[in-house]
Design a binder for this molecule. Structure first.
Ligand code: HEM
Ligand code: HEM
Length: 187
């Protein structure tokens, strides 16, 4: 990390890999979550596809939770490269705020999903195994927790879109080095 920071002010290979794997996983999770919940709750279509979407969503969300926990430990131990020097103080503050909100939601959203399926209970994954239960069953509480899960997931998606907008603004309009911190191969 230190060597890379001094060379190009970009994030380390580990930080970049964790960032891009998470970004792709979250972008897959949101449409899958909306589609499965629409098929199940609105169309009442509980066929093989709906069940597979639920299993895939739960499994991938569970993996995102542990990936984020590992990523946060790595981040706290290794830090980030110094901010892009051309940023104004409020741009640095706003980007740090959004980054920490993203980290927070990357933990809270899957934890609420896991608590929700524990309460329901609906812990099965592809009829192969069950996720560990975090609580005893309470279906009414499950509905409430999963409702909050869905809303916070959409907030995570909205913040990620703002974050991407900012990255593209820096790259295409400001033409500074912000996007290259996560994609050092860019020209
Ligand atoms: C970062 C990880 C996750 C993201 C981004 C995410 C996103 C979403 C989204 C967008 C919805 C649809 C909400 C709606 O249409 O109202 C949803 C629903 C759901 N999620 Fe997740 N989710 C994640 C992790 C998890 C985990 C770990 C579990 C369980 C282990 C889970 C279980 C569920 C369930 C059961 C629903 C359906 C709720 C219903 O039928 O009303 N999710 N999720
Ligand atoms: C769901 C999708 C995404 C999530 C959750 C996410 C999350 C994050 C987080 C938490 C950081 C802070 C890293 C740290 O300091 O430890 C970060 C940095 C960054 N992300 Fe993303 N990201 C996503 C998608 C993207 C995409 C698609 C782009 C590019 C178009 C992008 C570009 C960047 C850049 C350039 C940085 C470094 C900013 C800086 O430190 O100046 N991200 N991202």
């Amino acid at each position: 990390m230190r060597k890379e920071t001094m060379m190009g002010r970009s994030y380390s290979v580990t930080a970049r890999t964790l960032h891009w794997v998470t970004a792709i996983a979250v972008f897959a999770m949101i449409p899958v979550g909306v589609t499965m919940s629409y098929r199940g709750n609105v169309l009442n279509l509980w066929d093989g596809l709906t069940n597979a979407l639920y299993s895939g969503h739960k499994l991938m969300g569970f993996l995102i939770l542990w990936l984020t926990a590992g990523r946060l430990i790595y981040r706290l131990l290794h830090g980030a490269p110094p901010d892009e020097p051309t940023l104004k103080w409020w741009e640095k503050a706003a980007s740090h705020l959004v980054h920490w909100l993203l980290y927070g939601l990357l933990l809270v959203v899957p934890v609420l999903g896991w608590i929700g399926v524990s309460l329901y209970p609906a812990l099965g994954i592809f009829d192969l195994f069950n996720l560990p239960a975090l609580t005893s069953p309470d279906e009414a509480a499950a509905q409430r927790v999963l409702g909050i899960h869905g809303k916070l997931a959409l907030l995570l998606g909205a913040l990620a879109l703002m974050h991407i907008g900012a990255a593209l603004f820096h790259h295409l309009i400001r033409r500074d080095g912000v996007l290259r911190r996560m994609l050092p191969g860019l020209r």
